[in-house]
Design a protein. Structure first.
Length: 688
């Protein structure tokens, strides 16, 4: 057994295990499905540290104790936290896809005030975010939990210090048990994110420090002064006692060392197990094991925990936790199938964290309180400015101007510079633009699903169905056709076609059935289907040469026949047009500035494959639809007869599409007249 070094490196070793657990869980979730337990270890370590800070200030007045605790914690956390948020927001605008900007602006606002663990919708669920990898601030939920506990613990401590030792233990034990009961009986989302469901983990670390502090020096003995005549006998007894004490100490240390090793392996085994384990079982076990391990490691060093590799990972753990997830998210969004890029992303995370730790983190920890305060405020203001970047640009460049009845705000005097700005803004705001204020949504927090429009005074029952293109067209359709309707029921499913369970996934199978049920129950006079083609553009299966043998078409036909049996008059179906290479949308204007011919841009922007097969299936469907299906064709609106190419932008570079492959507001205005004509003709038919 070697002597304990001056710095308690074993705790850094435990912290190193924790951050490695989180890393492997995020980067390799299939191989290490239980790595999330590293965060539970962090909470125990944090509780231990909080108790240490509070006990050091125990002789201070309540006001001084609270002030000292907050100042020490916030000086440690905020400068690095706000600095990394600044880096994340900067990279968000420079290297991340435009589709992720809006989501992350909202997430950054929550992260900035330590509210990332707020109640979430199903779409925002943490483990779903892990699989999607879009929100680069997802991981800040744990720091939000910690900071929220910082707000509570000084006051809990001030209450507890009024009790004697036994009552203090009972007090903290009661708080911990209450928190655990809340954790065990809450939904998975609440038990994962709520600070009240995590208090028990902090308190285990808290009690670990209290226990070892109370027992420091417990094996030391005070010698009673002997009389001169008994001195010789006393010395002999003392020597004997020292021998016994030394033997007991060695036996005790060996026992504790053995317990350390057992606890280390008991902790590592479930964390790095390749089989998913029940969190209800392993979370309490890991939390308790970590508390015991921390308690033992206070006075006895361990060769495993104190090795340089683990200790250094513990030293950089804060930087590494903050930077690794955005880098992983970038890989997820851009290089999802490239395993080499995944390992490079992990390596880059470690390198960047090391650089930040060795330079910025060590530097600011040496600053005085005033300098740290200035640094913190500066980064906070800079981050607010970056979050509101688009609103600020709009304010200065007139992006908020409104034109009545026009969704794109494009005017004749605008330039290519305006086109570059608006093309970006339309993509950033695409999700928000799917909402329409005339519709009452069944779901919460999403513009998709089912909603019913209000403020209608016409005669017809109308349904609009499809994928997100239905929501994409909703404002325009309401403006052009709403005068006909006494009701409009709108149904849109993310990534799913109404006539075929796209890609065979369970979500689309459910939506496929859901569409048919709603049409059957609503029994509309007219239905309108707005859908961007997906699976229905796939080629014939092998050895299939006709629609009679084509399984995709037969499902489409069966579904549309179910639809029309419950539709009084007609169903209008949007025909297929080519899809886009979305990475070129924001390159349209830069390519025009460089003098690239429009046809050259067309060939890069448009993906001409598959759409012809989708059109063939739709054409056959129209024939088999018993005269109740009408195809609506956008091809004439986007086909350039001069160059014989599809043109998805105008002469100034304003794009008709967004990077999420919806029609941009400018694109909606471009095809508006199609629906003006359709609904005008329907109106005329109602008169006869």
């Amino acid at each position: 057994m070697r002597e304990k070094p001056p710095k308690n490196v074993d705790l850094q070793g435990i912290r190193g295990i924790s951050i490695i657990s989180v890393l492997v869980f995020h980067f390799f979730p299939t191989q290490f499905p239980n790595g999330y337990l590293g965060v539970d270890q962090f909470f125990v370590l944090s509780g231990y540290l909080m108790c240490m800070l509070l006990q050091r200030s125990d002789q201070e007045s309540p006001c001084s104790l609270v002030t000292l605790f907050y100042s020490k914690r916030l000086k440690r956390i905020l400068p690095l936290y706000l600095f990394v948020i600044f880096l994340e927001l900067s990279s968000l605008y420079m290297v991340f896809p435009t589709t992720s900007v809006k989501t992350n602006q909202k997430s950054a606002s929550q992260a900035l005030i330590f509210m990332s663990n707020r109640p979430k919708t199903a779409e925002e669920d943490y483990f779903q975010m892990l699989s999607i990898g879009i929100d680069i601030f997802t991981h800040t939920w744990s720091l939000s939990v910690e900071v929220q506990f910082y707000l509570l613990i000084p006051f809990l401590y001030l209450i507890g210090r009024n009790f004697n030792k036994n009552l203090q233990f009972l007090y903290y034990l009661t708080l911990g048990c209450t928190s655990y009961i809340f954790h065990a009986n809450s939904s998975s989302t609440v038990s994962f994110n709520s600070v009240f469901a995590r208090i028990w983990q902090f308190l285990i670390g808290f009690l670990a420090f209290s226990f070892v502090s109370e027992n420091d020096g417990c094996c030391q003995y005070k010698l009673v002064t002997e009389s001169d005549e008994d001195l010789e006998e006393s010395q002999l007894l003392e020597e004997k006692e020292e021998e016994i004490e030394e033997i007991d100490r060695k036996i005790g240390e060996k026992s504790l060392y053995f317990c350390q090793v057992l606890l280390i392996f008991a902790t590592l085994l479930p964390i790095f197990c390749s089989i998913p384990l029940s969190s209800k079982v392993v979370r309490p076990l890991i939390t308790i094991f970590t508390g015991f391990l921390i308690g033992i490691s206070k006075n006895y060093s361990n060769l495993i925990l104190s090795n340089r590799f683990l200790v250094y990972f513990g030293d950089i753990s804060y930087s590494l936790y903050l930077v690794h997830w955005p880098i992983f998210a970038l890989w997820k969004l851009t290089e999802n199938d490239d395993e080499i890029a995944l390992f490079l992303s992990l390596f880059a995370s470690i390198c960047i964290a090391t650089i930040i730790h060795e330079t910025y983190e060590k530097w600011y920890l040496q600053l005085c309180s005033a300098s740290i305060g200035i640094l913190t405020i500066s980064f906070f203001i800079a981050n607010v400015g970056l979050i509101e970047k688009n609103a600020i640009i709009d304010q200065f460049f007139g992006g908020n101007s409104k034109i009545r009845g026009n969704l794109d705000n494009v005017t004749a005097d605008m330039t290519m510079t305006d086109a570059q700005r608006l093309n970006h803004q339309w993509s950033v705001n695409d999700y928000d633009n799917l909402y329409t204020n005339t519709c009452i949504y069944e779901g919460v927090g999403t513009p998709l699903g089912w909603c019913r429009h209000t403020g209608l005074h016409g005669k017809l029952k109308i349904m609009t169905i499809g994928n997100s293109w239905t929501a994409n067209h909703a404002k325009m359709f309401y403006q052009e056709c709403g005068f006909l309707a006494k009701s409009i029921l709108q149904g849109s499913a993310y990534g799913c076609e109404p006539l075929y369970p796209s890609h065979g996934i369970d979500l689309c199978k459910g939506n496929f059935t859901d569409f048919e049920e709603h049409v059957r129950n609503e029994k509309p006079d007219y239905a309108f289907m707005f859908t961007r083609f997906m699976t229905i553009g796939d080629p014939f299966p092998e050895n299939v040469t006709s629609f009679d043998e084509d399984p995709i078409y037969q499902i489409m036909k069966s579904q549309v026949l179910k639809f029309i049996s419950n539709i009084k008059y007609k169903i209008y179906i949007l025909d297929a047009i080519p899809r886009l290479n979305i990475e070129f949308i924001e390159r349209i204007v830069p390519m025009m500035w460089r003098g690239a011919p429009a046809q050259f841009i067309d060939n890069h922007l448009v993906e001409p494959k598959l759409y012809q097969m989708a059109r063939r299936r739709y054409a056959q469907l129209e024939k088999d639809c018993l005269g109740k299906c009408i195809l609506v064709d956008y091809v004439p609106e986007f086909w350039n007869k001069t160059t014989q190419t599809f043109r998805f932008f105008d002469a100034k570079g304003f794009s008709y599409f967004t990077t999420p492959t919806h029609l941009s507001p400018h694109g909606i205005e471009h095809i508006r007249h199609v629906w003006t004509d359709i609904c005008t003709n329907l109106s005329k038919n109602l008169l006869y």
